[in-house]
Design a protein around this ligand. Structure first.
Ligand SMILES: [Zn+2]
Length: 79
């Protein structure tokens, strides 16, 4: 999986835990949710810069990190 660039937002959990976000280029099987259905078809994936952390296709990334997800991460733009 190839790291392309850093995204202009971070993920926050309870306003404390903060994770950066990078765009990656990879294969369909690189999504953490691969095999569970519903993966996006682009070769783009998002995740933290830590290679040990899971990466997600665009669709699953935004589904899992939407603003109204209970107990989940929230997308926050840095100013
Ligand atoms: Zn996916």
């Amino acid at each position: 999986m190839k790291r392309i660039k850093q995204m202009p937002w971070v993920l926050e959990l309870d306003g404390e835990e903060v994770h950066d976000c990078f765009l990656f280029e990879g294969d369909a099987s690189d999504c953490e949710m691969a095999g569970k259905g519903g993966c996006g078809t682009s070769k783009c994936f998002l995740g933290t810069g830590d290679s040990r952390e899971p990466k997600f296709c665009l669709r699953h990334y935004f589904e899992l990190n939407g603003d109204d997800r209970e107990g989940g991460y929230k997308i926050v733009f840095e100013h």
